[in-house]
Design a protein around this ligand. Structure first.
Ligand SMILES: C[S@@+](CC[C@H](N)C(=O)[O-])C[C@H]1O[C@@H](n2cnc3c(N)ncnc32)[C@H](O)[C@@H]1O
Length: 532
């Protein structure tokens, strides 16, 4: 394969003089559309990629760009090899994977598979290719699921689902040996996982069930646990609220993508549940392709603890290495002694390292800082998030000990940007002048943070821009001074253009964008009428 697109002059199929570049990999040229199609069928489709699998000591296998990639470009699309319920899941259909609705009638139960009694959404899903193999296995072992509908507990997590994805992977061995080989080649971190309480429980319960109840005696205990560990290390969570789906899936190609706390890609799932990755920003040839396995608003210590527990590694990316977290100070607390300086870690790559005030040099142990951090996180998570009241109260109560961009304050502020304009009693048209200004100010603050942690065409930035655009139009409609109105509407129109770019690959956002454009157009028309 030629290494540079500029030196390409002969058709990849017939060697004649050619100049039509393959737009996807930019590694080959063609003399005609016909030859491009023929070359694709002859095998180019297998090598037409803008990335390669590379290996290094820190990341293990990872993907690296083989050419410059434009912002918004689709980099990879892959169908799931296996999909199914999460380890503990609310009742869902094992055919179409939608969460089950409450059955009709007072004593109603979910529809149950006529062979194995696992809940399904209806008869059609009994024959789903996802469900059939496990159904035959359960039926053959005379196992019947005991999951029943309990009124008022639709969201209760059923741990019995933990066996399903595991069985689906195990059954690949005979049903799709090639797929099973791809799955088996994935990272597992089994040794570390075996030490954890979760794996002790799996060892005690799951193994007996699979080997004794389902009769899969050919499998060794470690081979079964290795599959569980591969799933824990590599699956992606699929959340599709409108489809009532919250499941997990394994994509062996995408499983090669490494983590970075400031990633350069984002992903989504299409209607067929393929995973699709886009460049959030320009990516240069040779750069490592990355996504985030954790949450951007969390502080370094929170992210690193989560990554160690869930994915068994210690992140050492540029954000994690920097005690000031790229200038955001998201993990810093305000010093309780001088009440002015920020306490930051003396070595963020050592979770146990001491912390020190930048102003008065007072020291805190990592344990002290983490205890406060955990208390604050718990406090934040226990707040009522249906209205802005308790979140605003949280920010006010912690104004002395937590600075403006501390992780807990940022999480509260992000929730507030969503609530102002949509919570009951806080609809956009009912918002007080003060609340509307607050919404704009919060969006502005968070957009600056998004540029640091999750910039470019990120969903986080897109959502903030949508909130801000809506608030700007609402402000414009309340103003009288024509210049001010014009300025607000100009800003809103500019934002909407950017949002359209960021969200162009998100089908469920298209209707929202159409509605926003209609509202903006009518505000502009009204302004023109008043001006004339
Ligand atoms: C989904 S897999 C990625 C592919 C994996 N590197 C491999 O060789 O199979 C996730 C694992 O990759 C490694 N990894 C990913 N990102 C990392 C990072 N930023 N630092 C260190 N290890 C990382 C960790 O071992 C992690 O559990």
């Amino acid at each position: 394969m030629a290494s540079s697109s500029t030196s390409l002059t002969s058709c990849a199929l017939c060697q004649a003089r050619a100049s039509q570049l393959c737009a996807a990999c930019r590694n080959v040229v063609y003399c005609s559309r016909e030859h491009q199609k023929e070359h694709w069928k002859k095998g180019h489709k297998l090598e037409c990629k803008c990335y390669e699998v590379a290996t290094n000591e820190i990341l293990g296998r990872h993907l690296r760009a083989t050419r410059d990639i434009k912002i918004g470009e689709q980099i990879l699309k892959e169908a799931p090899l296996v999909l199914g319920p999460k380890v503990a899941s609310a009742a869902l259909c094992l055919g179409c994977h939608r969460n089950l609705l409450a059955p009709g009638g007072q004593k109603g139960n979910y529809y149950k598979c006529s062979s194995c009694s696992w809940p399904l959404c209806g008869k059609e899903c009994e024959n789903s290719p996802h469900h059939q193999p496990e159904c035959q296995l359960m039926k053959g072992s005379n196992f019947q699921s005991k999951i029943n509908y309990t009124p008022g507990e639709e969201e209760r997590k059923e741990s019995a689902y933990c066996v399903i994805m595991l069985l689906r992977c195990m059954q690949l061995k005979s049903r799709d040996p090639e797929g099973f080989a791809r799955l088996s080649a994935l990272e597992d971190h089994l040794r570390e996982r075996l030490e954890t309480p979760l794996y002790q429980v799996l060892r005690a319960n799951l193994i007996t069930f699979i080997k004794t109840v389902l009769g899969m005696r050919d499998w060794s205990e470690l081979d079964i646990l290795r599959i569980a560990a591969i799933l824990d290390t590599n699956t992606f969570e699929i959340r599709q609220p409108r489809e009532r789906r919250k499941i997990r899936a394994l994509f062996p190609g995408a499983a090669m993508i490494s983590h970075d706390c400031v990633p350069n890609m984002r992903h989504r799932f299409d209607d067929e549940l393929n995973i699709v990755f886009l460049a959030k920003r320009k990516i240069a040839k040779g750069e490592i392709l990355s996504i985030s396995y954790t949450q951007p608003l969390r502080s370094t210590i929170q992210r690193r603890v989560h990554l160690r527990q869930a994915k068994c590694f210690d992140c050492s990316c540029a954000r994690c290495r920097d005690p000031e977290e790229l200038g955001s100070f998201a993990g810093a607390q305000t010093c309780i002694k001088c009440k002015a300086g920020k306490i930051i870690s003396l070595n963020p790559l050592q979770n146990a390292a001491n912390w020190k005030c930048q102003l008065c040099n007072v020291k805190r142990s990592a344990k002290e800082v983490l205890t406060v951090d955990n208390q604050l996180q718990q406090e934040l998570e226990s707040l009522d998030k249906t209205t802005p009241v308790s979140l605003e109260d949280f920010i006010y109560r912690h104004r002395a000990d937590l600075h403006e961009t501390n992780t807990h304050i940022l999480q509260a502020k992000y929730a507030l940007t969503q609530l102002y304009g949509s919570a009951p009693g806080y609809a956009m048209e009912d918002l007080s002048e003060e609340s509307l200004t607050r919404k704009v100010q919060l969006c502005e603050e968070l957009l600056k943070l998004a540029d640091i942690f999750d910039g470019g065409w990120s969903i986080f930035r897109g959502n903030l821009l949508i909130d801000m655009e809506e608030a700007l139009v609402a402000q414009a409609l309340r103003l009288e001074e024509p210049q001010e109105v014009e300025e607000k509407l100009r800003q809103a129109a500019e934002m909407l253009r950017e949002i359209r770019n960021i969200m162009k690959h998100e089908p469920e956002m298209q209707q929202v964008l159409v509605e926003r454009q209609v509202i903006l157009n009518s505000a502009l028309e009204r302004f023109e009428e008043v001006k004339d």
